[in-house]
Design a protein around this ligand. Sequence first.
Ligand code: CA2
Length: 150
Amino acid sequence: MVAVLVLHGPNLNLLGSREPDIYGPATLDQINAQMARFAASYNVDLACFQSNAEHELVDRIQQAADDGTEWILINPAAFTHTSVAIRDALAAVSLPFVEVHLSNPDSREPFRHHSYLSDLAIGKICGFGPDSYLLGLQAIINKIDASRNS
Ligand code: CA2
């Protein structure tokens, strides 16, 4: 069984309660539950973690280096555009990761156009609402299958 860690950045705990026009009506629990069902059907062990605190996300990434995590799926939220600390943590643990966003940051304000993580990511999916997470998870599962069969 392959272990995948899903990380959600600041304010994503508010999903479903505010700004549904931008981020949709689904709550974070609903998104996590949908991913968990999807993961189970592919025999993937999924762990989900959300924090509003940068250091907690850094700590969880560091922990992933020692807890059997093989891939990370991350929506860094606003930390996408600000956090050298999260970038450094991902670089330090050297785990492959996929960056996802509900919205398409490139079609929004200019300050959202730069990501501190994208150049380290295996890939990036954005703009599809909660489907961005499922598409990211599917891409990770395809990569795992490809590495098993090579
Ligand atoms: O589109 C995404 O997934 C973002 O990562 C969301 C971040 C934003 O800063 C990024 O540029 C793009 C913001 C997450 C805020 O989440 C909220 C959810 C509900 C209500 C208010 C904020």
